[in-house]
Design a protein around this ligand. Structure first.
Ligand SMILES: Nc1ncnc2c1ncn2[C@@H]1O[C@H](COP(=O)(O)OP(=O)(O)O)[C@@H](O)[C@H]1O
Ligand code: SF4
Ligand SMILES: [Mg+2]
Length: 337
């Protein structure tokens, strides 16, 4: 364990690794001194817990706040309100040293691998950096860990890859380096934000399989973020569906995909090209329109302008709380009242 990682002491194995309460991340549109004129409500009241070793997916259309949530969990955005607790400690309480230790325990895989990698460093240097920053001074030990993680992400031949610069690698190989960098400090939590959406279709499955294998072998907690519901069934144990800065539905993966309760989730599922004729009727349920403005989100249920089941005088006025139509299945919709 690197020196700076020792700051975190594991809580009891039963306690959640990550606990998020009423999290808000707003981006000010304009600011004059203390006067703030409007804000983008990118994350707007999100709560959930992740168990140790659990793989979950956050799903929702582009612009619903997934990356803002990821970046807030990583400590890159300061929450406007609410709390993130990791291993029992609140992120807001962490000082410089503890925040550095936290960053070592949370790996991050971004959407755009080329943009994520420094262009003037070779693979060896890219992977050595986090080790140096986190106090691994012994060069031989660094080299051993770099080679081991490159074997793990199957960037082969390892010997040849070490001296390559990002532009000399394919998109899939670049993403393997990004994954290696995210793993090299042995994190407890890995956040993968649309890790395959910018890759060629031919390598997407390989990278997803790689991530899934690593998650299982290392017993990592994995938050997999995607706009594509079709990739999650073999990937996550639990799904959180996001809409306009909120989580509107969450459930174990089979339960959610086979028995979606929230009209938005039903619409998302129906929008996936479905070769099964028995499900073709669901296509009719796809509501039109665009996701709402996050500057002035609609009153009541945020989905009401697009919802085929919206009830006048209720859905357009009152924000639905989380109902539990089935055990471990939450849905923020007035239909379950
Ligand atoms: N740093 C930022 N400053 C201002 N607005 C932002 C910033 N990051 C994201 N946003 C806005 O927040 C909303 C949610 O964006 P994002 O979290 O990237 O969604 P997603 O990842 O689901 O596509 C969008 O309206 C986006 O324009
Ligand atoms: S609360 Fe109303 S508008 Fe919102 S999803 Fe449920 S039925 Fe539709
Ligand atoms: Mg995003």
């Amino acid at each position: 364990m690197a020196a700076s990682q020792a700051v975190f002491h594991r809580e009891s194995a039963d306690a959640p690794l990550l606990a998020v309460r009423d999290l808000h991340t707003w981006f000010a549109l304009r600011q004059w001194g203390f006067l703030r004129v409007g804000a983008v409500h990118a994350v707007d009241g999100v709560s959930f817990e992740l168990a140790r070793g659990e793989a979950v997916a956050f799903v929702g259309e582009s612009g619903c706040g997934k990356s803002s949530l990821a970046r807030t969990l990583l400590g890159l955005h300061r929450p406007t309100r609410g709390e993130v607790r990791f291993d029992g400690r609140s992120l807001g309480e962490l000082d410089g040293h503890a925040l550095k230790a936290y960053r070592a325990r949370v790996g991050y895989v971004q959407q755009d691998p080329y943009g994520a990698l420094p262009p003037f460093m070779d693979v060896r240097r890219i992977l050595a950096e986090p080790l140096i920053i986190h106090g691994v001074r012994d060069r031989a030990e660094r080299e051993r860990r770099i080679r081991a993680v490159l074997e793990e992400v199957r960037l082969s031949p390892v010997e040849e890859s070490l001296g390559k610069f990002p532009h000399m690698l394919s998109g899939g190989q670049q993403q393997r380096v990004v994954i290696a960098r995210a793993l090299i400090l042995a994190p407890a939590l890995l956040i993968a934000d649309e890790p395959v959406s910018m890759l060629d279709a031919s390598v997407r499955i390989e990278i997803l399989d790689l991530l899934r294998g690593i998650q299982a072998r290392r017993e990592l907690t994995l938050a997999f973020i995607t706009h594509d519901l079709s990739t999650v069934r073999h990937f996550a144990e639990r799904i959180f569906v996001m809409y306009a800065g909120r989580v509107v539905e969450s459930a174990p993966v089979d339960e959610l995909l086979d028995h979606p309760r929230h009209p938005y989730t039903q619409a998302l599922l129906a929008a996936i090209a479905d070769p099964d004729a028995a499900n073709a009727s669901r296509l009719r349920e796809v509501p039109g329109g665009e996701p709402p403005s996050l500057i002035h989100p609609p009153a009541g249920c945020r989905f009401h302008p697009r919802c085929p089941h919206a009830m006048a005088g209720l859905c357009d006025r009152d924000d639905p709380p989380d109902f539990e139509p089935r055990r471990h299945h939450l849905s923020a919709c007035w239909l379950h009242r």
